[in-house]
Design a protein around this ligand. Structure first.
Ligand SMILES: N[C@@H](CCC(=O)N[C@@H](CS)C(=O)NCC(=O)O)C(=O)O
Length: 213
């Protein structure tokens, strides 16, 4: 398997966590977003959306991190990242989507670049935008994790699921942009728990072959 990834891409990070949790070997194909490699003709042939991650597994090529993780989970069911019954799986997907759909797209690189280059918004205003959507989105996740009885050591129960794969990278980005995190203690407790696990450590940006401090 080949994973097209960029070390600081949170969507790629989600898939790297899933691969590590399942113990699946893969070849890392770096796409340096910072150098606009995602826009090259060669990469457009791999990913028509010009986004990372993209998983290539033989003849199969898949974009969208959540679709990739669910593909891996179906092919390699243990350990399961979508455990339990239909109700439990719906909760896990819903938590993952609270971040992947409601927070992440507002702060993607191309959105931030558009704000700065086309809308002529300064760096300070861009950072305000970034922090606003992350802090508000994480507050939603916090309310759910704090109130819903299915929350355990992890987002759902005591083992990592798809929801943890999506939560952890968003916290890395939040910390990088100096977002306020005091209002999300349950989120941070789960983040710390995840980061104790070797799979999450091996998947983090600083462990990637293309990492530059
Ligand atoms: N919904 C997509 C999001 C993918 C995405 O936005 N990837 C970002 C990096 S985290 C990217 O490739 N950005 C390139 C750009 O904005 O030009 C997924 O979950 O895979």
């Amino acid at each position: 398997m080949e994973l097209y990834s960029y070390c600081r891409s949170s969507a790629s990070f989600r898939v790297r966590i899933a691969l590590e949790l399942k113990g699946l070997a893969y070849d890392y194909r770096a796409v340096q977003l910072i150098k606009n490699e995602q826009l090259s003709e060669a990469y457009t042939a791999v990913s028509p959306a010009r986004l990372v991650p993209q998983l290539v597994d033989g003849d199969v090529s898949i974009g969208q991190s959540l679709a990739i993780i669910q593909y891996l989970d179906e092919l390699h069911p243990q350990p399961s990242l979508l455990p339990g019954d239909a109700q439990a799986r719906a909760r896990v997907r819903s938590l993952a989507l609270d971040i992947a759909c409601e927070v992440h797209p507002l702060n993607n690189l191309r959105v931030l670049r558009y704000l700065v280059r086309e809308m002529k918004i300064g760096d300070e205003a861009k950072n305000l935008w970034y922090r606003h959507w992350v802090e508000q989105g994480l507050a939603v996740v916090e309310r759910r994790l704090a109130d819903e009885p299915q929350t355990g050591h992890h987002c759902h129960g005591d083992t990592p699921t798809l929801a943890d794969c999506v939560l952890v990278p968003q916290i890395f980005n939040a910390q990088r942009y100096g977002c306020r995190l005091q209002h999300v203690p349950t989120v941070m407790r789960i983040f710390e728990t995840c980061m104790q696990l070797p799979a999450f450590q091996r998947a983090q940006p600083s462990a990637c072959p293309d990492f530059e401090p």
